[in-house]
Design a protein around this ligand. Structure first.
Ligand SMILES: Nc1nc2c(c(=O)[nH]1)N[C@@H](CN(C=O)c1ccc(C(=O)N[C@@H](CCC(=O)O)C(=O)O)cc1)CN2
Length: 297
């Protein structure tokens, strides 16, 4: 029978496992603090930052939120970033993506203090991941690694096909999975919109990670029997529901489920893990800035 990998349960365990470290830091006068910055009014982004704030409250991390008008010039966002870089109570912060079209997200990220870059997007932190010396693993890729570990799925020597080459998921996950490490040592194929014979590359994989942002791109015919399927997609598609949409992954769940030995659902798979690993990075940032050793899960 196919195992459904429960991201909500694994994320909840990680939050529990972080509470000792948070108390230790608070006792040392360094209660971890996370800020979220949202420019514009993208509804999905609003949902995610609200959830991130709520997660902080649950575990005892201080949280602040800054809204920046979606029509404001980029300089207004840069000022917010400079303030957060200088604020000693903010150990980490994120600028929710996407930002409006007139703002260059790469320039935004370059302005974030790398020591507070709990998304792990700053070029210095990206370089450290590539070099095998990560300060902050980006949240979604790290969450995928934790989900595989929770399901007892090792990556050593496995063929992993990642569908999607984004800076947030595909590229950093590939870099993490090829590292000489217990949760790495995989042989990784990264597919994208120009890939030929995509189905061949997914079907031959031991582990398929779907992170293309295309609803139900991968169906059961593209999944090899017994493989593990991790669905990173969280797509809002119009539907006759109370909210006017439903959440759909990049994987067509029913048919993929018939083929896979283990699979993540949407919602309740990778999404909650992205948020849990953000808390993890915030605690790590506070521990490094306060120079207080803590045990991380
Ligand atoms: N600065 C960042 N921006 C974005 C990131 C990121 O890691 N850093 N990743 C994505 C969105 N994302 C994080 O912010 C994210 C996506 C999904 C979820 C989540 O909890 N999903 C739930 C369903 C939530 C819902 O009801 O809509 C689930 O899958 O169960 C959290 C965070 C892009 N931007």
């Amino acid at each position: 029978m196919t195992e459904i990998i429960d991201g909500n349960a694994v994320a909840s365990q990680i939050r529990d496992d972080l509470t000792d470290a948070i108390e230790t830091l608070a006792d040392a006068g360094a209660r971890p603090g996370l800020a979220t910055v949202l420019m514009g009014d993208d509804p999905a982004s609003q949902t995610y930052v609200n959830m991130k704030q709520r997660d902080c409250e649950e575990v005892g991390i201080e949280s602040i939120h800054v809204d920046v008008d979606g029509d404001a010039p980029p300089e207004e966002l840069y000022e917010t970033i400079a303030d957060l870089n200088d604020d000693p109570e903010v150990h980490g912060y994120i600028v929710q993506a996407p930002v409006p079209d007139h703002v260059d997200y790469r320039e935004v990220i370059r302005r974030v203090d790398p020591a507070k870059d709990v998304d792990g997007f700053h070029p210095e932190n990206v370089g450290r991941v590539v070099a095998g010396d990560a300060r902050f693993r980006p949240c979604t890729p790290h969450g995928v690694q934790k989900l595989l570990e929770s399901a007892g799925v090792g990556t050593e020597g496995k063929d992993v096909t990642i569908v999607g080459r984004s800076d947030i998921v595909g590229k950093p996950l590939a870099n993490l999975l090829i590292q000489k490490a217990d949760d790495g040592n995989a042989t990784v194929t990264v597919c994208h919109s120009r890939t030929e014979n995509l189905a061949e590359k997914t079907r031959s994989a031991d582990i398929v990670v779907a992170a293309a942002g295309v609803p139900e791109l991968i169906d059961g015919s593209m999944i090899g029997e017994g493989s593990v399927v991790i669905d990173v997609g969280v797509n809002r598609v119009d539907a006759d529901t109370e909210k006017g949409y439903e959440l759909v992954g990049d994987v067509e769940f029913e048919s993929a489920n018939e083929q896979a030995s283990a699979i993540t659902p949407v919602p309740g798979g990778v999404g909650p893990m992205t948020r849990a690993m953000l808390l993890y990075n915030t605690v790590k940032a506070a521990s490094m800035q306060a120079d207080v050793d803590v045990k991380l899960p």
